[in-house]
Design a protein around this ligand. Structure first.
Ligand code: NAP
Length: 319
């Protein structure tokens, strides 16, 4: 099979399309014929050597959608031919075939395309984990999705809107803001505008947002602590460096700053998260947005694009 292999940490060009033997699923494992692959920012950090040690060579990626090719003994939830998405992979998702633990594989409803299915694993699970497991979101509250035009943000807007929260989202471009509105945000702001946080205060009658999902804490944590409501929660979803905050901004509000990584979700939490994702796909409240689709051989270009401004949903690769 063809797969992207990384033999050393470095710039995007260290990813090479190579031939590899086809894996055979052992007991409890599922082999997926990959039709589309989701590209996440974390894969750029791993490739660059900024996120955890790795044994070389490795194939990046956890998120794919496709069709079950073969199952190992005891992997009874699936059979060859089933449409599935993956949220994690033993062999890596940037490939024609991905070997997975059965628990990393989930059913993909017929009305969801493979490219949309590749947008689910990390982004939708992160959005849910941020909103509910870490954020304790409640219907009737206001959530500020700070960075709503990308993979996690669009998912968070869809989940929150369907659950009865008032949603305020941001994007950095006109096209991004139209996209955020289309996902169901009640109010959309430009995170480059000088007065956008004052506008947020107006939308909330000066109360602030009960919940903030922060995609760029290294730029924004100090600022958003001033627009969080009393007893509010700021969930640090993304951060690429240090930031200065004024702790006093948390005090009068009894505000919490809660970090998270999806990797800390327990097997039980992941089971619930994926049950919610599959239900949302089935009932039409979750509609993954694919902004760009490239060939697997263009993985290096996809890694440059996923870190560039002007997000528009998900970037996917097709083998
Ligand atoms: P993405 O698709 O590349 O989207 C990035 C988002 O950040 C876009 O909406 C972008 O908006 C927005 N953004 C850019 N500059 C911003 C600013 N100054 N203020 C607010 N938002 C800004 O990435 P993603 O997959 O959604 O992931 C978002 C972040 O969460 C990344 O840093 C990622 O590494 C992290 N993440 C963390 C976890 C975890 O477990 N903690 C899981 C998944 C992702 P424009 O492009 O429109 O400007």
């Amino acid at each position: 099979m063809k797969s992207i292999r990384v033999h050393e940490f470095g710039e995007p060009h260290v990813m090479k399309l190579e031939d590899e033997p086809t894996p055979t699923p052992a007991a409890g494992q599922v082999l997926v014929r990959v039709r589309a692959i989701g590209v996440n920012p974390v894969e750029t950090y791993v490739r660059a050597g900024k996120y955890g040690p790795r044994q070389f060579p490795f194939t990046p990626g956890s998120d794919a959608a496709g069709v079950v090719e073969a199952v190992g003994a005891g992997a009874a939830r699936f059979k060859p031919g089933d449409r599935v998405y993956t949220a994690g992979s033993i062999s890596g998702a940037y490939a024609e075939l991905a070997l997975c633990e059965e628990s990393q594989v989930h059913p993909l409803p017929d009305k969801i395309s493979f490219e949309q299915g590749a947008a689910l694993g990390v982004p939708y699970a992160t959005a849910y984990y941020a909103l509910y497991n870490r954020g304790a979101a409640l219907a009737g509250e206001t959530v500020f999705v700070h960075g709503a035009s990308g993979g996690v943000g669009t998912a968070a807007v869809q989940f929150a809107r369907a659950a009865g929260l008032t949603v305020i989202g941001t994007a950095g471009t006109d096209a991004g803001r139209r996209l955020v509105a289309d996902q169901g945000a009640h109010h959309v702001l430009d995170h480059h505008a000088p007065d956008y946080l004052q506008q947020l205060m107006k939308f909330t009658a000066d109360r602030g947002a009960e919940l903030v999902l922060e995609m760029a804490a290294h730029l924004n944590l100090g600022k958003v602590l001033a627009v969080v409501a009393k007893f509010g929660r700021v969930i640090v979803v993304g951060s690429r460096g240090p930031v200065e905050i004024n702790p006093r901004d948390t005090m009068g509000r009894n505000a919490d700053v809660r970090g998270m990584t999806l990797m800390n979700a327990t097997p039980q939490e992941l089971k619930g998260i994926h049950a919610a994702i599959v239900a949302g796909l089935e009932n039409g409240t979750l509609r993954p947005v694919v902004g760009k689709s490239l060939k697997l051989a263009e993985a290096a270009k996809a890694h440059e694009l996923v870190l560039a401004p002007g997000s528009h949903g998900k970037i996917v690769l097709t083998p």
